[in-house]
Design a protein around this ligand. Structure first.
Ligand code: UDP
Length: 481
């Protein structure tokens, strides 16, 4: 009977294998979800792709000294049981993943699932055995692996619930002629459960596409077919932000909104997560007045047109507002030639700082920052709310269009950068001033501060995210037993 007891004890110990989708905006919340669960007594084995691991250790080495073979060393020092390993994504380190995006995504589908299968095979026989799999919703092989090894299947959704629900009801969009037809309906969509009304232009870019047979589309079809088989969906959002959308989804299957998932104290995270070396902006920011600086970033992988970059650059000069611009060398394309107008870097002198990458959360929390010109990546939005920074919205790709709708139309603490397809410098300057100065800026800041308070409350001891996290853990313990 002691043998049985031992087995039972082991089986009841929640041990999750977690794997981050290999993009910056997925790695950051996945790592912090691992920390959250570990702090509630989970054992976590966290997996990065070798490429992501290589990028993180290289940039960490550049920023902070000795290369860490294991990014969770710091977390373990504070008593968390997080183990760490890597798998190949199927491509050599030097392969240009952003240039060959489709090929890369195919690799994640086939080669990677075989590697994960092998790894899980080992870990279910380890002590204590792995009993749940927590992977990104876009890893389309999760239910296959969970079925094979009898694991609790947990899907991690890193975008708003609104985006999830629209993908989830893709069949409805198709049946109603808003998606997948050569001549899609252009009127508002008002039949998706939990979504009052949404325009087609506010759908994720893949749902607006006329060609619905691309590699990304095939991944989307699979991902949202299999998410319906998940035992649990974890969302990096907050119940009070999206109450109707979440409760409609929660009628279908268990969905836990436990966001915002990041280290909210802003003590430097003990875990390295940045894929590129971060330029230090603090010294420059310290010399600027409160709320006077506009922060600009288009995230980790979206591209913009050279024309838009130039109009934004000239608009910045016209606005006379100080700025920090994170301009990735590959922002226009992967040819890495100068994306800015000739002479721009000399013209800005003390007015502007252009860097290839920074620690965004650190910059946003600096008192000199007063606005954020953003591509509307979901992490950027949550971070901006957390720092009470109003947003100038410039969506470029994927869920960013839907996120813009939430920020500007539903929550009212953002301004659209463009009203038409193209951006013009005078409009850019006008919008920047509206964001940064006068009564309009005060109004926007008041709104974003209210939402920040709601997020803060959600994370408090009797808040919705904390309650949902505890319920999630109870639910998982029952499912594991
Ligand atoms: N980020 C950063 N430094 C930068 C730009 C971005 O650390 O210079 C971080 C940012 O804080 C966020 C993530 O990278 O957590 C980007 O995620 P998001 O969802 O905003 O956009 P994506 O890159 O996925 O399009």
């Amino acid at each position: 009977s002691t043998e049985r007891q031992k087995m039972e004890n082991n089986h009841q110990k929640p041990h999750a294998l977690m794997m981050a989708y290999p993009l910056q905006g997925h790695v950051i919340p996945s790592v912090h979800l691992a920390m959250k669960l570990a702090s509630k007594g989970f054992i976590i084995t966290f997996v990065n792709t070798q490429f992501v691991h290589h990028q993180i250790t290289k940039s960490h080495h550049h920023n902070h000294g000795p290369e860490a073979e294991d990014i969770f060393v710091g977390a373990r020092k504070s008593g968390l049981d997080i183990r760490y390993t890597t798998v190949s994504d199927g491509f050599p380190l030097g392969f240009d993943r952003s240039l060959h995006h489709d090929q890369f995504m195919e690799g994640l589908l086939h080669v990677m699932s075989a590697h994960v299968d092998e790894l899980v095979g080992k870990l279910v026989a380890s002590e204590p055995p792995v009993n749940c799999l927590i992977v990104d919703t876009f890893f389309v092989w999760s239910s296959m692996i969970c079925d094979k090894y009898n694991l609790v299947n947990i899907s991690f959704w890193t975008e708003p619930a609104l985006v999830l629900t629209l993908y989830y009801h893709l069949d409805l969009l198709r049946i109603n002629g808003h998606f997948g037809a050569p001549d899609n309906r252009e009127d508002a969509i008002n039949y998706v459960p939990g979504v009052r009304s949404i325009q087609r232009k506010d759908l994720a870019s893949y749902l607006q596409a006329n060609d619905s047979s691309t590699v990304v589309h095939r991944i989307i079809y699979k991902a949202f077919e299999q998410v319906k088989k998940a035992d649990v969906i974890i969302c990096n959002t907050v119940q009070e932000l999206e109450p109707d959308t979440l409760s409609a989804l929660q009628k279908k299957q268990p969905v836990y909104a436990i966001g915002p998932i990041f280290p909210t104290g802003f003590a430097k995270s003990p875990v390295a997560t940045s894929l590129w070396s971060e330029s230090d902006c603090n010294k420059w920011l310290n010399a600027k007045p409160n709320r006077s600086v506009l922060y600009i970033s288009f995230g980790s992988y979206a591209h913009a047109s050279k024309q838009d970059i130039w109009e934004i650059a000239y608009g910045l000069l016209l606005s006379e507002v100080s700025f920090i611009w994170v301009l990735r060398p590959d922002i226009v394309s992967s040819d890495e030639s100068e994306p800015l107008p000739p002479g721009f870097r000399d013209q800005i002198k003390g007015k502007g700082l252009v860097v290839p990458w920074c620690c965004q959360i650190e910059v946003l929390s600096h008192s000199s920052i007063g606005g954020f010109l953003t591509h509307c990546g979901w992490n950027s939005i949550l971070e901006s709310i957390w720092c009470c920074i109003p947003m100038l919205c410039f969506p470029l790709l994927t869920d960013q269009f839907t996120n813009r709708k939430l920020v500007v139309d539903d929550w009212g603490f953002g301004v659209n950068l463009r009203d038409e397809e193209s951006v013009a410098r005078e409009e850019v300057a006008r919008k920047i001033r509206r964001l940064m100065t006068g009564g309009s800026a005060d109004e926007l800041r008041k709104k974003v501060t209210e939402v920040r308070t709601a997020l803060d409350n959600a994370l408090g001891p009797s808040g919705s995210s904390e309650k949902n996290l505890n319920d999630l853990i109870d639910d998982l313990k029952v499912k594991i037993a």
